[in-house]
Structure formats: structure tokens, C-alpha cells
Ligand binder design. Structure first.
Ligand SMILES: Cc1cc2nc3c(=O)[nH]c(=O)nc-3n(C[C@H](O)[C@H](O)[C@H](O)COP(=O)(O)OP(=O)(O)OC[C@H]3O[C@@H](n4cnc5c(N)ncnc54)[C@H](O)[C@@H]3O)c2cc1C
Length: 440
């Protein structure tokens, strides 16, 4: 169990680029910043999908509790609203996991999807929720090998899927770039920024959301005290949902590390440009090649490209880095859709994943009445939602088969301390970006 003593944070970098999802999502009301001292029964730190799920679940389990949810930025402004919006149950890496772990991950992810589906339907969240199924696709040898083992795994698990050969891929998504794909019925696509904003604006009234209030330290003593520049939250229970930023507060330092990845959205395509883009008006392609691009045709007829990774332990991103990422997105667009190679990108952004080398998230206690989860790498919308909800169960002392599943997850393996960790990650990231080659 990682322990929680006094923790101090470095200042958060402000600029990760403008994210088109967040820009076009229904706006949040003006931010309420933390000022003065606030008492709560439970404080949730971090208002991404994980923290939003934890805060909501607390209101169901303990309707009389005062819950504070606090974020350094706007809700969803971390990885959550910047993500590509593939709500994953059978992730690309699932077949590489030991069977018991894989079953737990799928069960938990589906609970996350169910929870999100319920919130979207009950609260009328307009986020382009689409359950028609997206495509796992392979363009290179490694991707094809990995896709074959995913197909074996789906067969063994009796999960239905539809195989698309290269001609099938071309008619589905309008490019001959891919050799093979499988469509998973029931897998979900969303506008990630709209989902995050929708969840944040529909929190029950017992949750007080403070935004633009970076927590600078956490102290133990008669409960937990979280300090910001102008205020303090005191609570007897604490849920930490910082994901990639957890190590910045000295939490899960030896378990996960931040990795930036990048997205771009084009301008809206003209009717002529949309012709020949496949048999559906929206779709998503998730690369089975480890460094391949995620590609989406969005509901408002833009193309989204996500690729490349970059390591900075403070989660900083320079303008040059964003420009280089946009160039990588242009290369990927041109390789798939030569006729659209010059369509301008309107926004390019970075987002921080909480990465773990063995792709196993952390879930567990952090101290008396405190819990945390994180390390979802590139598949955290469903998993973060599921495990965020279960952190609430954990601090409330609830018991359930789902909580048993979460506690039985094999967590991330131990990482070496800095500076060795940083040196190792930088070396590996260089290797991985270089190996992307033709699958980019
Ligand atoms: C570009 C990109 C594409 C992705 N695509 C997908 C996808 O298609 N499907 C998928 O499942 N996953 C995807 N992911 C991963 C997914 O976005 C994350 O796993 C998930 O959003 C994690 O949610 P979270 O709430 O745990 O973390 P976050 O959303 O990062 O939330 C953490 C919050 O903590 C806040 N915070 C940090 N430090 C402090 C502090 N000191 N004080 C107060 N608040 C603080 C941050 O501002 C942030 O809002 C993607 C990630 C990126 C970056």
C-alpha cells in the first residue's frame, strides 16, 4: 500500500495546446475557485473521468456527505476531455494478459461503460454517444500479428466480431492503408470533451466543484488537509484521481509516469471531401500496431488523428513539440487519405496519459480512509470510470464482487527512482517513435 505523508506539488504547466473537443463542447459555467477553508466528508482530487465517477458514486453511497471535487484546471481539461473518445472494453493489449486478469479488466471496463451509458441517458448528456462499434485495424506486420492474437482471444471468450479484409476496410473507412480490421459491436465512441463537461455540469448538489485551484500540498493530521494558493479543504476521507499527475504530488511515483500523446482535429470536411470516406457517417479506427494512429470521422464531419508520444516528467509541452506532433498527424492523414493531405488542422493538443510499462492500472488504499487509482495508459475512459467509482466504495467500506475484482488486479510493476526512470523512459520513447515507421 503506498503511504501518504505530507506531499508537495510542483506548479502545473499551463499550456498543452487547444483541444478541439473541449472548444466545441457545451461550455462549463464560470469556474468556482477555492478560497478560505472548506470542510467536507470526502475530498476527491482531480476532476477527470476518474474523479467525476468517484464523486458521483459517493453521492449514491452516502447521500448526506458533503463531497468536494477539486481540480487545477477546468473539469475534464486533463487527459479526459483531450482523449480520442474510444470507450474501450476489449483493449488492443487484452490478449497479452493472463486470462484471469484479462477477464477482470473486461468486466470492470464494461461496468465503466454501463455507468457512463446510464449517466448519458439519465442526465441527457449530448456527447455523440455511438454504440455501433469501432474498428481495431492493422497496417503493418506487428499489427497483423497482434490482431490475430486478439481474434484468437475473442474466439476463446465467445465475443462476437466482424472481420474486415483490406477491401472491407477500404469500403468501411475509404482507405486502402489497412491490411485487416475487426469491428467490435457494442464498443462505444464519444465526443470526449462533451462527455466530460456533461458529467461535470450534472453532478448532484452535494458535490461542490472547485476548478482552477491547483492543490499545492496534502497534509495528514486529523484527516486530510489539501492546500491551494488561497484556500484549504479539510476532510476525513480522500480520493486521489490525478492519474498522470499523481507523481507530481509524490503519489504512485514508483508505479506510473506521465506520457504525453497528441491529437489534432481538421476543419469540417466539405461534402465533396466526405464522399468516399466509407460506408458510415462516423467511425473510429484504433491501431493495433503499437505506435499506429487512432483515426476518427467525427459526428460534425472532421477527421481526428492521434499519435506519437513524448516524455516530460513535469508534463510540459513546448510550442515546437506541438508543431512537430501536428506534422506527424499530417503525415498520417496523407498516408491514409492523399486527397485530403492539405486539409488544415484547426486544433492540435497534447494530453497526459498515466502510463505503466505492463499496462496494468493501479487501484488501492493510500492510507486511512484514502484511496487512489491510475495508470490506464491509453484506455482510461471506461476503466477510469469503473475504478473511480470503486475508490468511493473502498473509502466507504462497501463490499462487492466488482470491488473484489479491482483489488485483485495485478498492479503495475515497480519502477526505478529518478533519474534512472527518466533516462530509461526517454530511451524507450525514442525507440518507439522511431519504430512507428509506415504504420504511423
Ligand atoms: C490524446 C489522448 C488520447 C486518449 N484516447 C483515449 C481513448 O480513445 N480511449 C480511452 O479509453 N482513453 C484514452 N486516453 C486515456 C484517457 O484519456 C485517460 O486514461 C483518462 O482520461 C484518465 O482520466 P483521469 O480522470 O484518471 O485523469 P485526467 O483526466 O488526467 O484527470 C486528472 C485531473 O487531475 C488534475 N490535477 C492534476 N494535478 C492537480 C493538482 N495539483 N491539483 C488539482 N488538480 C490536479 C488535472 O487537471 C486533471 O483534470 C487518451 C489520452 C490522451 C492524452
Amino acid at each position: 500500500m503506498p503511504s501518504l505523508g505530507r506531499r508537495r506539488a510542483n506548479a502545473l504547466p499551463s499550456d498543452l495546446g487547444v483541444c478541439g473537443w473541449l472548444e466545441s463542447a457545451p461550455p462549463l459555467p464560470p469556474a468556482r475557485r477555492l478560497e478560505g477553508t472548506v470542510e467536507a466528508d470526502c475530498v476527491v482530487l482531480g476532476a477527470g473521468f476518474t474523479g467525476l465517477a468517484a464523486a458521483h458514486r459517493l453521492t449514491v453511497l452516502r447521500p448526506s456527505w458533503r463531497v468536494v471535487l477539486i481540480d487545477a484546471k477546468r473539469a475534464g481539461g486533463g487527459a479526459s476531455g483531450r482523449s480520442s473518445g474510444f470507450v474501450v472494453d476489449a483493449a488492443s493489449f487484452i490478449a497479452a494478459m493472463p486470462p484471469a486478469q484479462a477477464s477482470r479488466v473486461v468486466r470492470l471496463s464494461r461496468q465503466g461503460i454501463d455507468a457512463l451509458r446510464t449517466r448519458v441517458a439519465e442526465d441527457g448528456i449530448n456527447c455523440d454517444w455511438d454504440e455501433r462499434g469501432w474498428i481495431h485495424a492493422a497496417a503493418g506486420d506487428e499489427g497483423c500479428r497482434s490482431l490475430a492474437s486478439l481474434e484468437d482471444w475473442l474466439d476463446q471468450s465467445n465475443m462476437p466480431y466482424e472481420v474486415l479484409d483490406s477491401a472491407g476496410m477500404a469500403s468501411a473507412v475509404g482507405t486502402s492503408f489497412y491490411q485487416r480490421g475487426i469491428r467490435l459491436p457494442g464498443s462505444v465512441l464519444v465526443q470526449a470533451g462533451a462527455l466530460a463537461h456533461g458529467l461535470a455540469t450534472r453532478l448532484p448538489p452535494t458535490v461542490t466543484l472547485f476548478e482552477e485551484s491547483p492543490v499545492t500540498s496534502i497534509a495528514l493530521g486529523n484527516g486530510y488537509r489539501l492546500r491551494t494558493a488561497r484556500g484549504e479543504v479539510r476532510a476525513s476521507r480522500l480520493i486521489v484521481a490525478l492519474n498522470a499527475w499523481a507523481p507530481n504530488l509524490g503519489i504512485l511515483q514508483q508505479r506510473l509516469f506521465p506520457l504525453l500523446t497528441f491529437g489534432s482535429l481538421t476543419r469540417q470536411l466539405t461534402a465533396g471531401e466526405q464522399a468516399g470516406l466509407g460506408d458510415r457517417d462516423t467511425w473510429g479506427i484504433l491501431a493495433q500496431d503499437p505506435m499506429g494512429s487512432s483515426v476518427r470521422r467525427t459526428a460534425d464531419q472532421r477527421l481526428l488523428i492521434r499519435n506519437e508520444i513524448h516524455y516530460d516528467r513535469r508534463v510540459r509541452c513546448s510550442e515546437d513539440r506541438l508543431q512537430a506532433a501536428q506534422q506527424g498527424h499530417r503525415t498520417a492523414l496523407a498516408a491514409r487519405y492523399p486527397a485530403l493531405a492539405d486539409v488544415p488542422f484547426e486544433t492540435t493538443w497534447a494530453g497526459p496519459m498515466g502510463a505503466v510499462p505492463n499496462l496494468r492500472p493501479f487501484f488501492g488504499r493510500l492510507g486511512e480512509g484514502a484511496a487512489t487509482t491510475g495508470g490506464f495508459t491509453g484506455a482510461g475512459i471506461a476503466m477510469g470510470t469503473a475504478l473511480g467509482r470503486l475508490t468511493a466504495d473502498l473509502v466507504c467500506g462497501e463490499d462487492s464482487p466488482a470491488l473484489a475484482d479491482a483489488l485483485a488486479l495485478e498492479g503495475p510493476r515497480w519502477l526505478p527512482p529518478q533519474p534512472f526512470l527518466g533516462m530509461g523512459i526517454k530511451w524507450r520513447v525514442r525507440q518507439m517513435n522511431a519504430s512507428a515507421g509506415d504504420c504511423l
